[in-house]
Design a protein around this ligand. Structure first.
Ligand SMILES: [Zn+2]
Length: 69
């Protein structure tokens, strides 16, 4: 299954591919049953960030730069 995330900054949509089991664990995360890094440890940090906030790696990097100011 693919979860379609939409970046709130650049408005681009990004699919995050999950196995069926990962999809069920993602459902648990959305239901507040745990931390996403514990439920989906196999995902990359970029994919987890997309699932949590929808922010894509490019925009996340630019946010980090702004925080340095
Ligand atoms: Zn973006």
């Amino acid at each position: 299954m693919d979860i379609i995330t939409k970046c709130p900054i650049c408005r681009k949509e990004h699919p995050v591919h999950l196995t069926r089991e990962q999809g069920l664990r993602y459902g648990d995360y959305r239901a507040g049953k745990g931390h996403i890094q514990d439920l989906l440890p196999a995902l990359s940090a970029d994919d987890r960030e997309r699932l949590i906030t929808g922010i894509c790696p490019e925009c996340f990097a630019s946010l980090g730069e702004e925080d340095d100011e």
